[in-house]
Design a protein around this ligand. Structure first.
Ligand SMILES: [Zn+2]
Length: 98
């Protein structure tokens, strides 16, 4: 079953978008962050004129949302940086002094 409820609109196999669209998009994850003040979205996107990449969306409860498109190398760097930050927190957990 697709978003519009009756068949698939797009010929791109992994695309979730219904109706007429200029960017193919697969919704991967939607994360509530900062006590629900933000929703962070991670999507796979392919604009018609471009290569496939990762789309990062930040949607605040109030105000304007932002969209950043990353190439797969940039997305990899972000992934590594977040992983490293989390590992640093885990290594330092319970130790506020050096
Ligand atoms: Zn599509």
């Amino acid at each position: 079953m697709t978003a519009n409820g009756y068949g698939k609109d797009c010929s791109v196999k992994w695309c979730d978008e219904a109706g007429v669209h200029t960017v193919h998009r697969h919704y991967v994850e939607s994360i509530r962050a900062d006590s629900g003040r933000w929703v962070l979205g991670v999507n796979v996107v392919r604009p018609h004129s471009s290569t496939t990449g990762v789309e990062l969306t930040t949607v605040p409860r109030h105000g304007r949302s932002t969209v950043v498109r990353l190439g797969s190398h940039e997305a990899d760097l972000l992934h590594e940086a977040i992983r490293e930050a989390v590992e640093r927190i885990q290594r330092g957990a319970g130790r506020d002094t050096a």
